[in-house]
Design a protein around this ligand. Sequence first.
Ligand code: SF4
Length: 233
Amino acid sequence: MTRYEGKKGGIVPDAAIPTPMYDASCRRCVRLARFLDEVRTAYPTYRCLPVAPFGDAAARLVIVGLAPGMHGANATGRPFTGDFAGILLYETLHAYGYASSPLSRTIDDPLTLVDCRITNSVKCLPPENKPTPAEVKMCNDYLAADLATLAPGGVLLALGRIAHEAALVALGLRRSEYVFAHRARHVLPTGTVLFDSYHCSRYNTNTGRLTPAMFRAVFDDIAIELGRERSRP
Ligand code: SF4
C-alpha cells in the first residue's frame, strides 16, 4: 500500500495523499488503455493519451464533460477540440467572455480561457463514448483533485448525467441527494453551486434535445451566480 511520510515523520493514510489532476502515463483502466493502443495504430497522428484539463487554474467556473471524443480531444489532446462537440461549447464560452476565440482547433492554437476550466469525468477515450461505471470510478481521483482547487463560491457545470454524478462523487457527496436535470441548480455543502446541462454532443444538438438557446440559458444562470456580464451583444 502506498504511503508517504508526513512533516513530522508520521504515516499519512492514503486518503490524505495529494493526487494529481492528470497523469499522461496512466493505464489503470485496462480496457481503455488497450483501446487507445488500437486507435493509435489506426490513427498514428492522434495523441491517444489521457487528456488533461484545459483552462484557467484559478477559474471560478469548472466545466465537467464526459470523456474525450475519438476524433476530437483524443486526437488533439485538448478537451472538446477538433470535433463537433466543441463547436457550441466554445462559441458559448466566447460569447460569455470566458474564451478568447469561438473556435478551438488544435492544442497549439492561441485560444485561452479566462475564469473557466474544462475537464472530463474520464480522461481516456472510451469505446462508443461509453465509459463503464468502474472506469468512471477509477478516474474519479483525478477529477477530485481538479475540483478541490475550486474556491468557495465557485461554480461547476456538469454536461450530462454521468458528469453530474462523477462530480458529486469527487466531492464526497451522495448522488441520490442531487438529481440531474437540465438547467438544475444545486447548492452543495462545500459552497460550490452545481449547474446541469444536457451534454453538447452532436446527437443532442442535432436532435434538438439541446438547442443553443437552452445552452445559453444555463450560462445566463451561471453569469448571475458569478456576478458576470451575460452574453456579449
Ligand atoms: S480513464 Fe483515467 S484512470 Fe482510466 S486509464 Fe485513463 S486516466 Fe487512468
